[in-house]
Design a protein. Structure first.
Length: 119
């Protein structure tokens, strides 16, 4: 994949994970996450794909993404970084995700959210 196309594709996947449509569906969430997925949440909790996704998905929160960047780590692995503003809690966070191409599909294998002051 060309780098501009890949950057836009991964950005769209990240934004999909912020959408109420995906966040409210355990099936849609699990489809986007690798089997070995885990997350260091901004709450300080460690979450795992197989253990921590309720039937009705995860909390739905209005968030705005900015400063999206993509950093290739190999032909099949990329790191995405961006900033989020949670409109409900008025909290900023720095986000990073590792995506891996598995059987032709990009799946998130790791995610971290770190709360921060206004950016």
């Amino acid at each position: 994949m060309k780098s501009d196309y890949l950057k836009e594709h991964i950005r769209q996947l990240e934004e999909a994970l912020l959408s109420p449509e995906v966040r409210s569906s355990k099936i849609k969430l699990k489809k986007m996450l690798a089997d070995e997925f885990f997350e260091f949440g901004s709450s300080g909790k460690v979450l795992y794909k197989g253990e921590d996704i309720a039937e009705d998905g995860i909390s739905i929160v209005r968030m705005k993404m900015s400063h999206f960047e993509l950093h290739p780590l190999s032909e099949t692995i990329v790191l995405s970084t961006y900033r989020i503003f949670n409109e409900e809690s008025e909290q900023y966070s720095l986000r990073s995700s590792i995506w891996k191409r598995i059987k032709g599909q990009w799946k998130m294998v790791f995610h971290q959210g770190t709360k921060t002051d206004e950016l």
